[in-house]
Design a protein around this ligand. Structure first.
Ligand SMILES: Nc1ncnc2c1ncn2[C@@H]1O[C@H](COP(=O)(O)OP(=O)(O)OP(=O)(O)O)[C@@H](O)[C@H]1O
Length: 310
């Protein structure tokens, strides 16, 4: 449905995006995950034809939408990261304003405004001034403004940043509903891996202007399929016990805090009996051992050596 091919964007010395390619198939929710400054906003601004790429192409239904953006613009809704609303207008007045920009008029505009207020859960708040809204309500209205022309594709730039957990859940459920009920194709940008993990069918992970991994959740986690993490909970720190564990050559990483020791080992390694033997020898008391399967956060750490949330 939509293909971004080898997109780059350079600002003088700053290489914001360095040749990324991605595609959206109809009806998918696709995640674009990466830390702040990775280039996500720049990438989606190019994909939605808000800025010109330095090089590369965006094809929508086979047409080059960098050269010919009108067809894409009609079918695309963009939810920007920054809230773009008029504080001194009511929620309804804001929606009417954005609807008119989308060239909606008369009965159709009225119906769409009512429908969107329902979709974003603000049906009974339409007459309130936006300046009296909570951060979460403003975010929801910001999403509503992008839905008025009933887009086929929705691009969302970190739509849950800085809001309370309840509004965040509401937004995540709205995204799911739009996808399930309307078959809307969604590109969801975030630096919260748990959101992307919850919502998305496929994921692109971006860092420093590049896509460093892509695939389904399972495919991405399989990058770490050769390793597992073992977490040992102890009563108190025991230096001799830790030193004995550290000397095991199968352990590639070992982190310790007060009562928790975290180790990365090859998947096939069985370490339980060894851990209990060392505990017996050193007088360490082990409260529990847990084997963890990798998260997207672990994959990011593995690929870049840095945590996703900086
Ligand atoms: N107009 C611009 N001029 C110069 N540099 C820019 C411009 N826009 C973005 N950049 C730089 O390009 C890089 C990528 O920025 P971008 O906003 O795309 O990242 P992001 O992943 O969306 O992060 P964030 O969530 O913080 O917005 C950053 O280093 C940023 O400072």
């Amino acid at each position: 449905m939509l293909d971004a091919i080898n997109l780059t964007k350079h600002y003088k010395q700053q290489k914001a995006v360095q040749g990324i390619s991605l595609h959206l198939d109809r009806g998918e929710i696709v995640g674009l995950l990466g830390p702040n400054g990775a280039g996500k906003s720049t990438a989606i601004a190019m994909i939605s034809s808000l800025i010109q790429p330095t090089s590369g192409e965006v094809r929508f239904e086979g047409e080059n939408s960098v050269m010919e953006p009108n067809n894409l613009r009609k079918k695309l809704g963009v939810v920007p990261q920054e809230i773009a609303l008029y504080e001194d207008l009511t929620a309804k007045e804001n929606l009417y304003f954005f609807g008119r920009i989308q060239k909606l008029r008369g009965v159709v505009l009225k119906e769409r405004v009512e429908k969107v207020l329902q979709q974003i859960g603000l049906a009974d708040q339409g007459k309130k001034l936006v300046k009296n809204f909570s951060g979460g309500m403003k975010r929801r209205l910001n999403i509503g403004a992008a839905l008025l022309h009933e887009p086929e594709i929705l691009i969302m730039d970190e739509p849950t940043v800085g809001i309370d957990p309840q509004s965040r859940n509401y937004i995540l459920e709205t995204v799911k509903r739009l996808n399930h009920e309307k078959g809307m194709t969604i590109l969801y940008t975030s630096h919260y891996m748990e959101e992307v993990e919850y919502l998305c069918d496929r994921i692109y992970i971006m860092d420093r202007g590049n896509i460093i991994a892509s695939g389904t959740k399972e495919e991405i986690k399989n990058i770490l399929s050769s390793e597992k993490t073992i977490v040992v909970k102890t009563e108190r720190r025991n230096e001799t016990f830790i030193q004995q564990l550290k000397q095991l050559p199968v352990i590639s990483k070992l982190d310790e805090s007060d009562q928790v020791i975290t180790m990365v080992v090859p998947k096939e390694v069985q370490l339980f009996s060894q851990i209990f033997k060392f505990a017996d020898e050193t007088g360490a008391i082990v409260h529990g051992i847990e084997v963890q399967t990798p998260t997207l956060e672990d994959v990011f750490l593995h690929l870049t050596g840095r945590a996703l949330r900086n």
